[in-house]
Design a protein around this ligand. Structure first.
Ligand SMILES: Cc1cc2nc3c(=O)[nH]c(=O)nc-3n(C[C@H](O)[C@H](O)[C@H](O)COP(=O)(O)OP(=O)(O)OC[C@H]3O[C@@H](n4cnc5c(N)ncnc54)[C@H](O)[C@@H]3O)c2cc1C
Length: 418
C-alpha cells in the first residue's frame, strides 16, 4: 500500500538559476519539518506574555513565536531596514527583502515568517519613528533580542481596516511641551485580533482612532511597549504554525512620545508599510511554490507507474511545465514590483497597484502549485510531516492577510480607473 518514500522530501532537486541564496543558512534545515525543528509541544498556552528570557529554548505551542528563528543570529535586521545614518547597503531594500523571503520560504517557512514579521512590526518605527524611538527600539530588534508586531486588524475591522474602532481617548496627561503633539496623552481602549507575534511581542505598532467618525483620516499609529498597564493578550491556534494572537487594551496609557508619524495620519503609516511588504508576501509565496515544484520534479522523475516514470506521461509533464511557467511569471512580477518601490519610492504613482498585483498573482499561483504538487504526489503528500502537507497548510493564509485577494483586485481596479 505504501512505498518507501521518505515522509519529508529533503532533496528538492536543482534550483532555478534565478533563485536567490540557497546557500544561505536557514535557521531550520531544508526539508525539515519546522514544527519538529523548533519543538512540538502543542499544549495549551497561558494568556499574556511569557517570559522568554527565562526559557529561550522553550518549544513553541500553538501560535507561539519560534524563539530560535528570532534570537541573536536569527537575523531580523535586514527585514527592518538600515540604521539611520548608515550607508544604504545590500539587504535593506524591498527587492532584497523579497530575495531573502523567497530563499527562506524555499528552505523553511517558519524561519521566513519570523524574519518577515519582525520587519512588518518594526518598519513603521524605522520609517516614521522619532530618533528616540528608533534608538530605543530598533537595535534590540536588529539583534534578535526584541519581538515586535503590527497591530491593525480588529474583530470588526479586517479588510475594511479604516473602520477600526480601538479608541484613543484624550486624558490630558501628556509628558510636557517639546513633544510633537503638545502635552496631550491618550487612553487606548478596544481589541486587536489576528496579530502576528502577539501576545509575545515586546512592543507593538498599534493603530487607534483619535478622531471619531473620520474613517481613515482619524487614525493614529502608536508605539506601545508590551508592559504597559492594561494590555493583555491570548494566543490563537491557526491552520499553519504561525505565531499569532489577540490583544485587549483596557485604558492603556500612551503619550505624545509614543506617536509614530503624525496624529490622525496613522493610516498612511499602515498603507506605506503594506505597500513595502506586499511584494515580499508574494516572494514568500514564490519560495513555497518553488519548493513544491522541485519536490514534484524529483518525485515524478523517479516514480514508476504503468510501466514507466510518471514524468513520461504527457499530462504529468505538461502540468509540471505549467507550474514552472506560472511560478516564474509570479517571481518576475514580485521582483518588478519591489524594484519599482526601491527605484521610485513608496508614494510614487503605480506603486500600490504593482504591489497588489505581485501579491495577488504570486499567492494565488502558490496555492495552485502546491495543490497540483499534492495531486502529483498522491497519498504520501497528505501524510502528516510531509513537506507538501506542511506547505498545503502554509500556503493558504497569505491569500487572506495583508489584504485578501479581493482587496488586491480592488486596489488594482481603483488605480486603473484613476
Ligand atoms: C496568518 C494571519 C496573520 C495575520 N497577521 C496580521 C498582523 O500581523 N496584523 C494585522 O493587523 N492583521 C493580521 N492578520 C489579519 C488580516 O490582515 C485579516 O484577516 C485580513 O485583512 C482580512 O480581514 P478579515 O479576516 O476580518 O476578513 P473580512 O474583512 O471579514 O473579509 C472576509 C472575506 O470577504 C471578502 N472581502 C472582503 N472585502 C472585500 C471586498 N472589498 N471585495 C470583495 N470581497 C471582499 C474576502 O474574501 C475576505 O477574505 C493576519 C491574518 C492571518 C490569517
Amino acid at each position: 500500500m505504501f512505498d518507501d518514500a521518505p515522509a519529508v522530501d529533503s532533496d528538492r532537486g536543482s534550483a532555478p538559476s534565478v533563485r536567490p541564496g540557497r546557500g544561505s543558512a536557514p535557521v531550520v534545515g531544508p526539508g525539515q519539518d519546522p514544527a519538529a525543528a523548533v519543538g512540538s509541544d502543542r499544549g495549551s498556552a497561558p494568556a499574556g506574555r511569557p517570559d522568554r528570557g527565562s526559557a529561550p529554548n522553550v518549544a513553541p505551542g500553538p501560535g507561539q513565536v519560534p524563539a530560535p528563528a528570532v534570537r541573536p543570529g536569527g537575523g531580523s535586521g535586514p527585514a527592518v531596514g538600515p540604521s539611520h545614518g548608515a550607508t544604504p547597503a545590500r539587504g535593506t531594500g524591498a527587492l532584497d527583502l523579497c530575495l531573502m523571503r523567497e530563499s527562506l520560504a524555499y528552505a523553511c517557512t517558519e524561519a521566513e515568517t519570523a524574519l518577515a514579521l519582525q520587519g512588518l512590526g518594526a518598519y513603521p518605527v524605522h520609517a516614521h519613528g522619532t530618533a528616540a524611538q528608533r534608538e530605543r527600539w530598533l537595535p534590540p530588534v536588529r539583534a534578535g533580542r526584541a519581538i515586535v508586531a503590527f497591530a491593525l486588524s480588529e474583530p470588526g475591522a479586517g479588510s475594511d481596516a479604516a473602520a477600526l474602532s480601538l479608541t484613543a481617548t484624550p486624558d490630558g496627561s501628556g509628558s510636557g511641551p517639546g513633544t510633537r503633539s503638545g502635552s496631550q496623552g491618550w487612553r487606548l481602549t478596544g481589541e486587536k485580533c489576528w496579530i502576528s507575534n502577539a501576545p509575545e511581542a515586546d512592543f507593538y505598532t498599534v493603530f487607534a482612532r483619535t478622531s471619531p467618525g473620520t474613517g481613515a483620516r482619524g487614525v493614529t499609529a502608536f508605539l506601545v511597549p508590551a508592559d504597559r498597564a492594561g494590555l493583555t493578550g491570548t494566543r490563537l491556534d491557526m491552520l499553519s504554525p504561525h505565531p499569532i494572537g489577540a490583544l485587549v487594551f483596557d485604558g492603556v496609557r500612551v503619550g505624545p512620545e509614543d506617536v509614530l508619524g503624525e496624529v490622525d495620519r496613522g493610516f498612511r503609516v499602515a498603507m506605506t508599510t503594506l505597500n513595502r511588504f506586499r511584494p515580499s508576501v508574494g516572494a514568500f509565496a514564490v519560495g513555497m511554490a518553488a519548493a513544491a515544484l522541485d519536490a514534484t520534479l524529483a518525485y515524478t522523475a523517479e516514480r514508476e507507474a504503468f510501466g514507466g516514470k510518471l514524468k513520461d506521461l504527457q499530462s504529468v509533464a505538461h502540468q509540471v511545465a505549467e507550474m514552472a511557467t506560472r511560478t516564474e511569471a509570479a517571481r518576475l512580477m514580485v521582483y518588478a514590483a519591489a524594484s519599482a518601490y526601491d527605484r521610485e519610492g513608496a508614494g510614487a504613482p503605480g506603486i500600490a497597484r504593482r504591489a497588489a498585483m505581485a501579491k495577488l498573482l504570486a499567492t494565488e499561483n502558490a496555492q495552485y502549485v502546491v495543490d497540483a504538487a499534492v495531486q502529483l504526489h498522491g497519498a504520501r503528500a497528505l501524510q502528516r510531516g510531509h513537506l507538501l502537507e506542511h506547505l498545503y497548510r502554509e500556503v493558504r493564509a497569505p491569500r487572506v492577510y495583508e489584504g485578501a485577494s479581493e482587496v488586491q483586485r480592488t486596489i488594482i481596479a481603483k488605480e486603473l480607473y484613476g
